[in-house]
Design a binder for this molecule. Structure first.
Ligand SMILES: [Zn+2]
Ligand SMILES: [Zn+2]
Length: 407
């Protein structure tokens, strides 16, 4: 048996909390696959208890009619057949009247989505609500929505796509209305949800733009978001001029918010970046820089060590972590892992190796444990650096050429 209810124009169906009696709306067949389990307002938990009184009445009446109706008719006929005119039985009057199907009207609701469970609902404005699926409390003012909505008129699309591509490469998550509409989503619901997932909206007002109410829905939704999210939502209006200085008309509704008249597209981009409540991360080397034309070197302290310093560190790390530096008549020697590391007894070579040792001390990769600069021990940082050098060697044979020559 299937009973269906018509939804409101956005596809939402009314539900009601049996505890606090407040109404909210959900979409069936979208979002979470789990059942509604919590009241968004009071947090009351339960399943299958969310029908409104009208829906419940309708369902029980319809069920009685559909299930019992034909049975009673059969009974009525068979009774009549077997008793003829001897007995008059009236079985017709016990069926309840089926009330008319409850119609869902668009009330004063706001569309909110619970990211924890990917569920979208319509609720009356509240600052704090509970996820209808998992019951987690969500503070709507503490928005973690970071997308940026680029609102435009069809004819300006290419120009806006240019901004979108640029913002994307900078690390933002821009979207235009088409992106918010998976196939089958009613336009307004997609827009509302998209706006809710955003931290700002940019209205592109080009000379071709006339305020004929075209953007009205988008502006209304934006103002609604601004009211809820406060500083965490920006309304940015950019009024572009053509070569002759013609500009588009700023829609009345957003005239109360600041708008800019950028001189160039780069200026416009700066205004957008400056006005958004979010910022992108610190500048750093990207991963996979091999594809770049002139690859900068990986920023790594360990890799800036001389080959001699690396060899000393790697040998000590591979052995017992100890390094011996001995001076004797006519020369010096550095030993680690049972090996003598200075290959030749000439002053130039010795200077290179002792320099490497000092480099390691300076970087605290090894520490002097006898205070006589004779016995050293690899530190935690030293072992980490050694690991890093080993890692680097895999992709860069030859870094530790010194060590290879010595063994
Ligand atoms: Zn409730
Ligand atoms: Zn949830």
């Amino acid at each position: 048996m299937e009973i269906s209810f018509p939804t409101d124009s956005d596809g939402f169906l009314s539900q009601e909390c049996p505890s606090c009696d407040q109404p909210f709306k959900v979409v069936f067949g979208e979002g979470s696959e789990k059942p509604i389990s919590f009241c968004p307002y009071c947090g009351f938990g339960g399943r299958g208890c969310w029908w409104t009184r009208e829906q419940a009445d309708y369902m029980s009446a319809a069920a009685t009619n559909i299930v019992l109706g034909p049975e009673l008719k059969k009974l009525e006929r068979s009774l009549k057949g077997s008793f003829g005119n001897l007995l008059k039985i009236d079985v017709k009057s016990n069926l309840p009247d089926v009330p008319t199907v409850p119609i869902d009207v668009n009330g004063d609701f706001e569309i909110r989505s619970f990211r924890c469970c990917n569920e979208t609902v319509k609720i009356e404005p509240h600052e704090k609500v509970f996820c209808v699926i998992c019951g987690q409390e969500v503070d709507l003012k503490m928005s973690d929505s970071k997308k940026v909505f680029l609102s435009h008129k069809g004819v300006d699309k290419e120009f806006v796509i240019d901004f979108k591509d640029t913002l994307e490469i900078l690390g933002y998550e821009p979207w235009i209305d088409e992106d918010a509409m998976p196939a089958g989503t009613p336009l307004e619901r997609g827009l509302l949800k998209g706006m809710h997932d955003s931290c700002g909206v940019v209205f592109f007002i080009t000379p071709s733009f006339k305020d004929d109410g075209y953007l009205e829905t988008e502006i209304n939704y934006a103002i609604q978001e601004k009211r809820i999210k406060g500083n965490k939502f920006a309304i940015i209006t950019l009024q572009f001029a053509d070569d002759n200085g013609n500009v588009g008309e700023i829609p009345e509704l957003i005239k109360t918010y600041v708008w800019k008249k950028p001189r160039t597209h780069l200026h416009a981009l700066r205004e957008v970046i400056r006005a958004l409540p979010i910022q992108v991360g610190a500048v750093d080397w990207r991963e996979g820089i091999d594809d770049v034309v002139s690859p900068p070197r990986m920023k790594s302290k360990a890799r800036e060590l001389s080959n001699e310093a690396k060899t000393i560190l790697l040998e000590a790390s591979a052995g017992d972590g100890m390094i011996m530096h001995n001076r004797y008549m006519g020369g010096e020697q550095i030993q680690a892992n049972g090996k003598s590391l200075i290959p030749e007894n000439n002053q130039r070579t010795i200077a290179l190796w002792v320099g490497g040792l000092e480099d390691l001390i300076r970087r605290r990769y090894i520490k002097d444990i006898g205070q006589k600069r004779e016995v050293f021990e690899v530190t935690r940082e030293g072992y980490e650096a050694a690991d890093e050098i080993e890692e680097g060697k895999k992709g860069d044979a030859g870094v530790t050429k010194g060590a290879a020559n010595l063994s």
